[in-house]
Write a protein that binds this ligand. Structure first.
Ligand SMILES: CC(C)(COP(=O)(O)OP(=O)(O)OC[C@H]1O[C@@H](n2cnc3c(N)ncnc32)[C@H](O)[C@@H]1OP(=O)(O)O)[C@@H](O)C(=O)NCCC(=O)NCCS
Length: 199
């Protein structure tokens, strides 16, 4: 089961200063030669064992390296918005955020709008022109240091520039809830727009 969230676009701040001293983060579009670093990050938080309080990606990326690397490479080439966060001092990628345009999301999730149990008070006009945050992942040893927030601020600023009027993301609440992701989304001021059962 997933709660579906939409965010009020009233944030204006941008920041690339991190919570730990002496480092800052540069956000840019993912490039094919970033693949290995992106894959290592995915492996660090996408494992067979899901830890609710640390957060997790659904897939177990180490289980089939060829398959998952090919999938990530195709996302790097195909997706219009695939951001990476690079530590300036370490010159290393620390996290990534994949965004789908409305067309990209609905072409892979046909019937999504009809499958969601929408909150009757939710303003459905936000589904006319939206982006969907498909995956956010920070290298496991560096979670909780503000990198996800930097990626998020950059994504919001970009989406505003493009006149997007809805930003959606889904968080798993069962059978194993992603508590870190839920807390992150509360912090980012998402609101619950609906819920969906995955079949
Ligand atoms: C969820 C995730 C993307 C957040 O990124 P992050 O860089 O760790 O988050 P930030 O340091 O910017 O934290 C921002 C807020 O999120 C919340 N948060 C982040 N990690 C948390 C955790 N493990 N437990 C509770 N709250 C958490 C806090 O409210 C935090 O604010 P605070 O620092 O003022 O307490 C990251 O932890 C991650 O990659 N987790 C594993 C993969 C995952 O769950 N992805 C999301 C599903 S696609």
């Amino acid at each position: 089961m997933k709660y579906l969230k939409s965010i009020e676009q009233n944030r204006t701040e941008r920041t690339d200063q991190l919570a730990f001293s002496g480092d800052s983060i540069n956000v840019s579009k993912a490039q094919p030669n970033d693949l290995q670093e992106i894959y290592q990050i995915a492996c660090s938080v996408g494992q067979n064992k899901k830890v609710a309080t640390k957060g997790f990606l659904m897939d177990d990326y180490s289980s089939d390296p060829k398959f998952y690397q090919a999938k990530l490479l195709s996302d790097i080439f195909e997706l219009k918005y695939f951001y990476v966060a690079r530590s300036k001092t370490q010159d290393k990628i620390m996290g990534f955020l994949m965004l789908n345009t409305r067309e990209e999301w609905l072409s892979n999730n046909t019937g999504w709008i009809e499958e969601v149990y929408w909150n009757p008070r939710f303003d459905m006009s936000k589904t006319d022109n939206f982006v969907f945050v498909d995956k956010t992942a920070i290298y496991a040893p560096y979670t909780g240091r503000g990198i996800g927030s930097v990626l998020f601020s950059n994504m919001i600023a970009d989406s505003k520039k493009r006149g997007v009027n809805g930003i959606f993301a889904e968080t798993i609440v069962g059978p194993e809830p992603n508590l870190a992701s839920l807390a992150f989304k509360v912090k980012q001021k998402y609101i619950v727009a609906g819920m969906r059962y995955e079949v």
